[in-house]
Design a protein around this ligand. Structure first.
Ligand code: SAH
Ligand code: SF4
Ligand code: F3S
Length: 445
C-alpha cells in the first residue's frame, strides 16, 4: 500500500533542493507526497539553524507533531518522525535526548542513507542519529531519477563553506566546501530540461566558489550549461563577493541566458564591521565588483543580505551601511538583526548591541530597501520585459511568470505558453507582483 510522506522545509534554497532529493530517495520505498502532516505516515522537518528564531520554530513544530503522532498511534496507526537539516546537524544529540518521540535525526550530508534509517526504525524501533560528514560524497549515492520540478528548477552544484564569517553557523552545519564534478552537473541539468525545466538556478552556500576538477570556475560551468538546448534561463545563488572572478564577470557579459540579476550579500557597509565579521572584503571592494558587473552587463540589478546590530556596530557604522545601500540601489534585499549563534566567534564578542537599537536600525534599513524596491518596480511600468511563464494564475485565462529580475508578473496568456518566454508590457505594480499584457508581436498562433 502507498505510504505518504510530508516534508516541511525551513531555511535556504539548498534545503528546498535537499527536501526534493529526500523525497526522491524515499519514493522507491513506496512513499508518495502528502499535502499535510495529518495525512502522513512519515514526516520530515528539514531545518535551519541560521538565526535563533529559525531554530526555535523547529522545537515548537515538534511539540505539535508529538501530539499528532500520539493520536495516530492511539488509533492503531504509525508515524515516523525525522528531523533533518542544519538544526539536526548542530543539535542532533540534544534533539535525541529532549525529544524521544523523534525517530530519526540526520544531518545534511547523510540523506542518501535515509532508506536504511527508515528500515532500521521500522524493524527495531528506537532512535537513529546520523550526523556524520561521510567521506563519500552524498551526491554519488543519490538516485539519478528525480521528480519533475516544473519550469523553474534548482540544481545543487556546491555545498559547504570555508569562509567562516564570524557570525555564521553554515561552515559547522554543512562542512567544508565541496564542488560537484562538472559532468554530473551537466547530466543533471539535461535531465531537468528533459523533464520540462526551462530555467535552472545553480545552488551552493558559496556557489561562486565552485571549481571544476581540471580548474575553471563557475563562469566556465555557466558557459557549458548555456549550450543545453531548451534551457532558456540560468541563475546562481548564493555568491560571496570574494569569489567574483573575471571568468564570472565575462559570463555575465557573454551569455544572454544568464539572467542580469545577482544576489550578492554584503552584510554591512562599514569596513570595521566587515573586518570583525571576517568577511575579507571592504565596502569599496563591493562597490568595485558592482561597477565591474555593471560595465559587463549594463542592465544587471542586485539583491543583497544585511545584518544590523553586529557586536560593536556604532551609529556611524550603521550610517555607512545606509550610504552603501543608497549608492548601489538594490532591486531587493534581505536584512536581519544579528542573532548570536552558539559556537560562533561573534557570539562571545563584547559590545553586543542592545535589542532596541537592533530593532530601530532594522526598521530604518528595511524602509530604505523597501523604497528602493518600489522604485525599481515602478521603473518597470511601461517597459517590455521578457517573462518566463511558470504556472496558471488565480484568475481564469491568466498565467504567472517572472521577469529576469525575479519579479512575479500576472498576464493573460493561453496555458500552452507555460514554459515560454514572452515579451510583456508592464502596466501596473501591485504589492507582490507586476501586471502586464503580452506584447502582440510575441503571441504565437
Ligand atoms: N552563504 C550565503 C548566505 C548564508 S545565510 C552568504 O555567504 O552570503 C543567509 C544570510 O543570513 C546571510 O547572508 C546573513 O545575512 C544572514 N545571517 C547569517 N548568520 C546570521 C546571524 N547569526 N544573525 C543574523 N543574520 C545572519
Ligand atoms: Fe556563512 Fe559567510 Fe559562509 Fe556565507 S560565506 S555561508 S555567511 S560563513
Ligand atoms: Fe539555514 Fe542551513 Fe541553509 S542553517 S540557511 S538551512 S545552510
Amino acid at each position: 500500500m502507498a505510504k505518504k510522506l510530508y516534508i516541511k522545509t525551513y531555511g535556504c534554497q539548498m534545503n528546498v533542493y535537499d527536501s526534493a532529493r529526500m523525497a526522491d530517495v524515499l519514493a522507491p520505498l513506496g512513499y508518495a507526497p502528502a499535502t499535510a502532516a495529518e495525512d502522513a505516515d512519515m514526516v520530515i522537518l528539514n531545518t535551519c539553524h541560521i538565526r535563533e528564531k529559525a531554530a526555535e520554530k523547529v522545537f515548537s513544530e515538534l511539540g505539535r507533531l508529538r501530539r499528532l503522532k500520539a493520536q495516530k498511534s492511539d488509533g492503531g496507526g504509525r508515524m515516523i518522525l525525522a528531523v533533518a537539516g542544519c538544526v539536526a546537524q548542530a543539535e542532533g544529540a540534544e534533539i535525541v535526548a529532549r525529544a524521544p518521540f523523534v525517530d530519526i535525526v540526520l544531518g545534511p550530508q547523510t540523506y542518501h542513507r535515509l532508506p536504511e534509517m527508515v528500515a532500521q526504525v521500522a524493524r527495531a524501533g528506537g532512535q537513529v542519529l546520523d550526523t556524520d560528514f561521510p567521506a563519500e560524497a552524498k551526491f554519488d549515492f543519490l538516485p539519478e531519477a528525480s521528480a519533475p520540478q516544473g519550469v523553474s528548477a534548482f540544481l545543487s552544484v556546491q555545498e559547504g563553506c570555508d569562509k567562516f564569517c564570524s557570525f555564521c553557523v553554515v561552515p559547522y552545519t554543512r562542512g567544508a566546501e565541496f564542488s560537484r564534478p562538472a559532468r554530473d552537473i551537466i547530466a543533471e541539468a539535461r535531465r531537468l530540461v528533459a523533464l520540462g525545466a526551462r530555467e535552472i538556478t545553480l545552488l551552493g552556500q558559496n556557489v561562486n566558489a565552485w571549481h571544476g576538477e581540471a580548474g575553471g570556475g563557475l563562469g566556465a560551468l555557466l558557459r557549458a550549461l548555456a549550450e543545453i538546448e531548451g534551457l532558456k534561463r540560468l541563475r546562481y545563488t548564493t555568491s560571496h563577493p570574494l569569489d567574483v572572478d573575471d571568468g564570472l564577470v565575462a559570463a555575465h557579459r557573454d551569455l544572454p541566458s544568464l539572467m542580469p540579476f545577482l544576489h550578492l550579500p554584503v552584510q554591512s557597509g562599514s569596513d570595521a564591521v566587515l573586518r570583525a565579521m571576517n568577511r575579507r572584503h571592504g565596502a569599496d571592494d563591493y562597490r568595485g565588483i558592482v561597477a565591474r558587473l555593471r560595465r559587463a552587463r549594463p542592465d544587471i540589478a542586485f539583491s543583497s543580505d544585511f545584518i544590523v546590530g553586529f557586536p560593536g556596530e556604532s551609529a556611524r557604522d550603521f550610517a555607512a551601511t545606509l550610504a552603501l545601500v543608497r549608492e548601489v540601489g538594490f532591486a531587493q534585499a534581505y536584512s536581519f538583526k544579528y542573532s548570536p549563534r552558539p559556537g560562533t566567534p561573534a557570539a562571545s564578542l563584547p559590545e553586543q548591541v542592545p535589542e532596541a537599537i537592533k530593532a530601530e536600525r532594522l526598521a530604518e534599513l528595511q524602509a530604505l530597501i523597501a523604497a528602493e524596491q518600489r522604485a525599481f518596480n515602478d521603473g518597470a511600468v511601461g517597459s517590455e520585459l521578457p517573462v518566463l511563464f511558470e504556472r496558471r494564475g488565480r484568475h481564469e485565462g491568466q498565467l504567472v511568470g517572472r521577469t529576469p529580475y525575479l519579479q512575479a508578473v500576472h498576464a493573460r496568456a493561453p496555458e500552452r505558453e507555460i514554459g515560454a518566454v514572452l515579451k510583456v508590457r508592464i502596466t501596473a505594480v501591485g504589492p507582490n507582483s507586476l501586471a502586464g499584457e503580452v506584447a502582440a508581436a510575441t503571441v504565437r498562433r
